[in-house]
Design a protein around this ligand. Structure first.
Ligand code: ADP
Ligand code: ADP
Length: 235
């Protein structure tokens, strides 16, 4: 069954109806792509799932149970991690330190804070490698990495800290062809580790490369909701 589900969900800001009547399901090990032009309601959808805003109509369910998160922390505690476009990384801090940044926020399966520095470094290195991210030097400031690599570190971090659902906000929007390819590979790696992924993008090509399900928003409502098999040319 879906980890996260929207049933007729919507959100109004005063009398502006940003999102209306949206049905969406996120399954473990699957990528749900949400497409749409500016103003379509993509950010609003992220916000009502990640705890930044509350929905004003319909239901948001986690593991089949209706929820109404009031803070991102509550969403995180249920395993819903969001990687924003501008990323919560500190540019001048080493890569390994960034990997553990905010770890005191998350429940995590183990007492992360008790790791000593050498073990933090080793863990960051191992986890990044597991996800296929090979960096020669974890001491370098994360700001020296490309935008694509920083996205990958943020994804690997969420996976390590036990996220079950990963919400990616336009992770490839600012990237070139090659870096986009790298990020799409990590999205696939997260999916293969069993995470449910909500991939927000306005790029249909990127969506098609990793997507299992496609939802297209237009002016706040679903214009299309299709499984891969319904739109695929593959037989
Ligand atoms: P997208 O992320 O697809 O560009 P948004 O969810 O940001 O779309 O916006 C959907 C609609 O809701 C737009 O018309 C936008 O102006 C409006 N909107 C978004 N956030 C707010 C807000 N906090 N207050 C009022 N209107 C908003
Ligand atoms: P909320 O009122 O749901 O907490 P925000 O804190 O995001 O919403 O926004 C506060 C106010 O800023 C909104 O009520 C709205 O007037 C304005 N606002 C923010 N983002 C937008 C947007 N994208 N379009 C129009 N108005 C916006």
């Amino acid at each position: 069954r879906p980890v996260v589900e929207l049933r007729g969900a919507g959100k109004s800001y005063g009398n502006i109806r940003a999102l209306h009547g949206v049905d969406l399901a996120v399954h473990p090990g699957k990528v749900t792509c949400v497409l749409g032009d500016n103003g379509a309601g993509k950010s609003t959808l992220i916000k009502i799932v990640s705890g930044l805003h509350q929905h004003t109509e319909g239901e948001v369910l986690v593991d089949g149970e209706p929820v109404r998160f009031t803070t991102p922390r509550e969403a995180l505690d249920r395993g819903i991690a969001t990687v924003y476009q501008d990323l919560a990384t500190v540019p001048l801090m080493p890569v390994w330190r960034n990997f553990f940044l905010g770890s005191e926020m998350t429940k995590g399966p183990w007492p992360v804070r008790r790791l000593d520095i050498p073990r933090m470094k080793r863990t960051a290195d191992e986890e990044l490698r597991n996800m296929g991210i090979v960096l020669d030097d974890l001491e370098q400031p994360i700001g020296t990495l490309s935008g694509g690599q920083r996205q990958c570190v943020a994804i690997a971090r969420a996976v390590y800290f036990g996220a079950r659902v990963l919400i990616l906000d336009e992770p490839t929007a600012a990237l070139g062809v090659k870096q986009s390819g790298v990020v799409l590979k990590y999205i696939a790696a997260a999916r293969d580790r069993g995470l449910g992924v909500i991939f927000i993008t306005h790029n249909p090509h990127h969506a098609y490369m990793v997507g299992d399900h496609f939802s297209v928003l237009r002016l706040g409502t679903l214009e299309l909701s299709a499984e891969r098999s319904e739109i695929s040319l593959e037989e």
